[in-house]
Design a protein around this ligand. Sequence first.
Ligand code: GLN
Length: 556
Amino acid sequence: MAKKSRTKYIFITGGVVSSLGKGIASSSLGVLLKSRGFKVTIHKFDPYINVDPGTMSPFQHGEVFVTDDGTETDLDIGHYERFIDENMSNKNNTTTGLIYQSVINKERSGKYLGKTVQVVPHITQEIKNRIVNVTNDKNGFDIIISEIGGTVGDIEGLPFLEAIRQFRLESGRTNTLSIHVTLIPYLSTTQELKTKPTQHSVMRLREIGIQPDILICRTVSPLTKDMKEKIGLFCSVPSSSVIEARDVSSIYEVPLIFEKQGLADIVLKHLRLKSAEPNLKKWKGLVRKIKSLEDVVRIGICGKYTALRDAYKSIIESFVHAGVENNVKVDIKWIEAECLEEDNSYKELKDLSGILIPGGFGERGIEGKMKAVKYARENKVPFMGICLGLQCAVIEFARNICKLNGAHSSEFKKNVKHPVIDLMLEQRGVKDKGGTMRLGAYPCILKTNSKAYEAYKKVVISERHRHRYEVNNDYREILEKNGMVFSGLSPDEKLVEIIEIKNHPWFVAGQFHPELKSRAIKAHPMFREFVKAAKKYRNSKRKKSRTTEKKAVSNK
Ligand code: GLN
């Protein structure tokens, strides 16, 4: 067991370019520290003015990750949860907007009476409060990792860096640690790695008053001993603390790569913490498995934001986890829903062993999604619907099976003849857009003789939501009479949470987002069963085509 001591703080900044994988670096360090028995959490500061990412388009920001307590957060929070297998909350993501909102509210209520409210010290104090506030967990944390979004040198990041400088000064050198994640670009013309951008980035950080203790260097090729020494010399970091982060095929390899270079031990030495040997058995098993998978199952994701993969980050990762538990690699085929609208050949869908319709907002591509549902239903291709995906499945079923012509969601059309999907009662009259959807974890009761129960193997489950619309209860009877099964309901039975259809090998959709609860070492039951069904479907299709081939040969 780790020796109990006061909470230690690690700050992770980024330099040179954005998208360096600071989130993965933070999560990976979290895994290594947790594997040594420490109680760890990770916190992200996002220097934009939105109070949370909930009002941003997925094209701007990628996926909005929702925590159990209903906070709409940055997608990195998803990585934190998946890697360190801990639930995050509203304490784990802080934006500039949130900081300013809180300071302005305090100013209005007279908390700073008589004072001029300024970035330093008031905004920086609020930031420092948020760093510590993560600790207000029942049991407390041994180590808090704070990742700062953006790149050193950005104007909007300055108050956060200034707050960290103050925090480090006030907390003492051995209680905090600064890690700078940077890029060592490779110039193909001269065939060399360049350290100058890193030197400059560290220079910017030092100008602000932060001397990094460790550098994590993203690079496409290995850093030689000489290079590490050069980087160390220019950046005032021991060369042993220059960690190489080479591009890898799976993000889950990163903790092991860091471990090999002794990252956690360097961190613990600096923080004066002693620990037991790391227990990375499960993690090593996971990586071994991911790297050895050869069997491939193709699943199509038919959505509206397919041009930006980050919009579906948690779904992509859920398929990795579910693949591992089914001994297959899930090959995702991206299908832009709008493209299906004009095409009646269904050729895009024919090579698939499973079809997934993810969550989404707005009408664009909706009829294409409906076509994908119809194809899956009629051809008995395993189907999974997530949130809007469930709504599409209900609309398609109402139109084509219940013969309710004009069935639709009132989200997409005014005066719908059959609003089988309608605004939830509690949502009527809601005008504000930020943080006002049905958000976070809600319990759901499963019917025991259902595919859902087969997956979860328990009656009461809890899943995370982010939506305003729901199945309209006025249509439950007709949908049920025609073969739709409401296998998951809210405890008061007023809300449909899971639907299935009879006479289909696997057609399950949830009004919630299961992808938000899948973990690296624990695949989500719905994804696991979906991939299992897809594999089964693929195998039976193969068998069928082999028999047809054989028959053709013997008939010759
Ligand atoms: N737009 C739909 C709603 O608000 C679905 C939302 C989603 O898929 N997350 O109900």
